[in-house]
Design a protein around this ligand. Structure first.
Ligand code: PLP
Length: 402
């Protein structure tokens, strides 16, 4: 049998620390590695696999569209793209859509739109305020927007025009606002930063501040969008209307698809030629996005994620009495975190992998759960019993060792 982990070490750029499993097949909430071992998948492809692995809706959309038309450029009108755009506009507070291929690209385009808006409406203002511990992607500009020194330092100088301030502090945004500011870029919940849930008052305050100063409010919903947090869009929890929203991850259920949504007023800043993409809006990807979004909406996966997320949190809370050192359990819908007092999240995740459960340690202390939106209580119970064994391996040993 080929040792794929060795091949990876030889031919791939060494930019990610992978978990020691070569996944070759998936079905529903389960994935299998090349030795035949099965895993319960609570990592969900970084919250992309909204419908789980190889859902019939997704596979059928791919097959049917692949037989009909895989690619045409945006030099032409294309039906799946327009059908998906209609769904997004009908089911959000936004009026217009631009399609791209990834989250970083969606945010990058959103920032371009904010700059163009600042140029027109705010005397050439171009600076975007974003938050410390946020995450917006890996392009140079999005690294500048991502307030994490270890992502930024190796790549100096970064593009100018970004200020990083503390999350969940309206005062910090007010203090950073100058004549140069054109917009604010925020996640409604910081996903990779540790599942940090913003106060609803914070988002309402930022909205009011943006209105007062004429700034555009960009919601990065690459992770929180598409029913993940128990509402179709994360901004709905606070009842605000952002000007721009960036999407990717769940919108395609696991195929590379991203989108920028904007209100008429914000979108009007773009003129023909200002932005574009060869693959953005590709018929194959948009056919999948269209059918995934329809499924998510028709089956109220947002309501489902809310209910199952509450059940997951309640089951996780049982660990508080069983294990010492659990600092916090938090989240919304099916974006949930278990935080440890000690920096042992990685050890727990590795132990869970060995026991057959895929999880993610998004910080040294935080274990993140972002399973497919289709999971049921039965899957939660199974994950809890596997995690129980994993925690026992790590945390009891820690007690015995001390
Ligand atoms: C994953 C993520 C991104 C980056 O998405 P890519 O598709 O990897 O470029 C941006 N913002 C948030 C909030 C994310 O979770």
């Amino acid at each position: 049998m080929t040792d794929w982990q060795k091949v990876e070490s030889q031919v791939m750029m060494q930019v990610v620390r992978r978990m020691p499993a070569t996944l070759v097949r998936g079905e529903g909430v389960r994935a299998w590695d090349d030795t035949g071992k099965s895993y319960l998948d609570f990592m969900g492809g970084w919250a992309s696999n909204a419908l789980g692995h190889c859902h019939a809706v997704q596979v059928e959309a791919l097959r049917r569209q692949a037989e009909q038309l895989v690619h045409v450029t945006n030099a032409f009108y294309s039906v799946p793209q327009l059908e998906l755009a209609q769904i997004l506009v009908e089911h959000s507070v936004f009026d217009r859509v631009f399609f791209c291929n990834s989250g970083a690209e969606a945010n990058e385009g959103a920032v371009k739109l904010a700059r163009k808006y600042g140029r027109i409406h705010r005397n050439g203002a171009y600076e975007v305020i974003s938050t410390l511990k946020g995450f917006h992607g890996r392009t140079l500009a999005m690294v500048a927007a991502t307030g994490k020194p270890h992502y930024q330092e190796p790549f100096q100088p970064l593009p100018a025009g970004f200020v990083n301030v503390e999350y969940n502090s309206l005062e910090a945004i007010k203090a950073a606002t100058t004549d140069r500011t054109c917009g604010v870029l925020l996640e409604p919940i910081q996903g990779e930063g540790g599942v940090n849930v913003a106060d609803d008052d914070y988002l309402r305050g930022v909205r009011a501040w943006c209105d007062e100063k004429g700034l555009v409010l960009i919601m990065d919903e690459v992770q929180t969008g598409v029913a993940r947090t128990g509402k179709l869009w994360g901004y709905e929890h606070s009842g605000i209307r952002p000007d721009i929203m960036a999407l990717a991850k769940g919108i395609g259920g696991g195929v590379p698809l991203g989108a920028i949504l904007a209100t008429e007023q914000a979108a009007a800043a773009f003129a023909p030629g200002d932005h574009g993409s060869t693959f953005g809006g590709n018929p194959l990807m948009c056919a999948v996005g269209r059918d995934v979004m329809r499924y998510v909406i028709d089956n109220d996966l947002a309501g489902h994620a809310h209910r199952i997320g509450q059940y997951l949190v309640s089951r996780l809370n049982e660990f508080r009495t069983e294990y010492p050192g659990i600092a916090d359990i938090r989240g919304r819908g099916l974006l949930v975190a278990l935080e440890l007092e000690q920096e042992r999240a990685g050890e727990v995740v590795n132990a869970a992998l060995a026991e057959g459960l895929l999880l993610n340690a998004c910080t040294p202390t935080v274990i993140r759960f972002m399973p497919p939106l289709i999971i049921t209580e039965v899957h939660v119970d199974e994950a809890i019993s596997i995690l129980d064994r994993a925690l026992a391996r790590v945390i009891e040993r820690a007690v015995a060792a001390s």
